[in-house]
Design a binder for this molecule. Structure first.
Ligand code: C6P
Length: 422
């Protein structure tokens, strides 16, 4: 296994001028329905800075070729850039080796990969898979499919109502000898809860339980150190962290990947092929059959550099400041139900319902005023059921959002309430 030097500290600007960073995002400078765009749908996907767009254009204009197979200059350049992105991702996550980084189509595919490969080999009838009540469908359905195939059972760690917090003290009750896997989200996309994942992983590991972290909502929003978290697997999506859509990473601890069989079969992942039998490469290549998304890796590399130039610790703080600011302002209104933690541990998003107004109506009216929100179940149907609702309206922030935008949005919420007679 190729090992990396310990992750160097992020290169940070001395004091980020958050408003000035907006100029890096060409898309933000436009009007929607005659109003300046306020983009508050960052949990669905973030916008892309010029540096990422330029990296994509440069690759297709100068270096485009297939990887790992050509002997010509362009192929060598593409291969070098593709593998450099893997090294960069390892550094970004503080993995011990670039061999622990598998490129996928995103969080959803990363989790499905683990369920289909490691899960199929190691999860047996009667085993339990421990999840939480706040999981996204991507961290529920793959395990349901696995449970159907194997006869395993899913068990859910409960949240405490609208505040949406787990109680780490409860974990011991749920950790029985038949639990083989704990798979949980770092940040909830509907509640904004930030879970203490290192604590959960540490306690699970003491019982020999393998752990998977869904970092879809956290990877671009705070520092992630897989060695400090102590997880076995971690999944992320590039498009939620300034990178391209359809690309992502699965981190897998070296020992886990060694014992895990391949995912899909085809070119790139093999050592040798005979008509009746094949052998395959070591990780990560045994999990990456076929021509990969080369430009996706290169653009993710640019996104990681961009985020680290700002500093993920600073982004986390700014996110939380925006989340707390919006939560406090909305909480001062009458006729509103807010979801997620009230104090501490809240990420940069707010989920809410207005009395007598459907979430879709809030989003539709907001759109007419240039404000992009999301309304619906956010791929959290079981969580919505638990909260006794079928949808929420959600405003989710990123570092290029400002308190002025939030003021404008809260004013708009007041107008929507009045319009619907509240
Ligand atoms: N949540 C949202 O608007 P993909 O689609 O694979 O990039 O990410 C799936 C996913 C997994 N886990 C969490 C916690 C997520 O929030 C998401 C994506 C989007 O909230 C789309 S539903």
């Amino acid at each position: 296994m190729k090992t990396l030097n310990p992750s160097p500290p992020s290169i940070t600007l001395s004091a980020p001028n958050w408003s000035a960073l907006r100029e890096d995002f060409p898309i933000l400078d436009q009007k929607v329905h005659g109003h300046p765009l306020i983009y508050f749908d960052n949990a669905a996907t973030s916008q892309k800075p010029r540096a990422v767009i330029d990296a994509l254009v440069h690759y297709y204009e100068r270096d485009n070729a297939n990887v790992h197979r050509g002997l010509h200059e362009l192929s060598n350049r593409a291969t070098d850039a593709f593998e450099a992105a893997r090294v960069r991702a390892a550094k970004f996550l503080n993995a011990r080796s670039a061999d622990e980084i598998i490129f996928t189509r995103g969080t959803t595919e990363s989790i499905n990969l683990v369920a289909a490969t490691w899960g199929t080999k190691f999860i047996k009838r009667g085993n339990k898979i421990l999840l939480t009540e706040m999981e996204h469908h991507s961290n529920i359905v793959p395990w349901q499919l696995l449970a159907e195939r194997t006869g395993a059972q899913l068990v859910f760690l409960p949240i405490n109502g609208d505040a949406g917090l787990l109680d780490p003290g409860q974990l011991d009750e749920y950790v029985t000898s038949d639990v083989k896997l704990l798979a949980m989200t770092h940040i909830s996309n509907s509640l904004g809860t930030i879970n203490p994942i290192a604590e959960y992983c540490e306690r699970a590991r003491r019982h020999g339980i393998v752990t998977l972290i869904d970092a879809a909502q956290s990877a671009g929003h705070c520092p992630i150190d897989v060695q400090q978290i102590g997880c076995d697997f971690l999944a992320l999506s590039a498009h939620k962290m300034c990178g391209p859509t359809g690309f992502g990473v699965l981190y897998g601890r070296g020992e886990r990947l060694e014992e895990t069989p391949p995912y899909q079969g085809g070119g790139e992942m093999i050592l040798s092929v005979d008509y009746h039998k094949s052998t395959w490469k070591q990780a990560p290549h045994k999990f990456e059959a076929g021509t990969p998304d080369i430009s996706g890796a290169i653009a993710l590399h640019a996104a990681m550099d961009y985020l680290d130039r700002i500093g993920r610790d600073r982004i986390a703080q700014h996110d939380q400041d925006l989340g707390a600011y919006a939560f406090e302002k909305l909480a001062a209104l009458k006729g509103i139900r807010l979801f997620g933690p009230t104090i501490g541990g809240r990420a940069g998003l707010v989920s809410f319902l207005l009395d007598g107004v459907h979430a879709h109506d809030v989003v539709t009216v907001a759109d007419q005023r240039g404000v992009a929100l999301r309304g619906g179940h956010h791929c959290n149907q079981p969580l919505m059921k638990k909260l006794g609702v079928d949808s929420t309206a959600r405003a989710s922030f990123y570092f290029y959002n400002t308190t002025e935008e939030i003021d404008h949005f809260v004013e708009l919420v007041r107008e929507i309430q009045k319009f619907f007679g509240n």
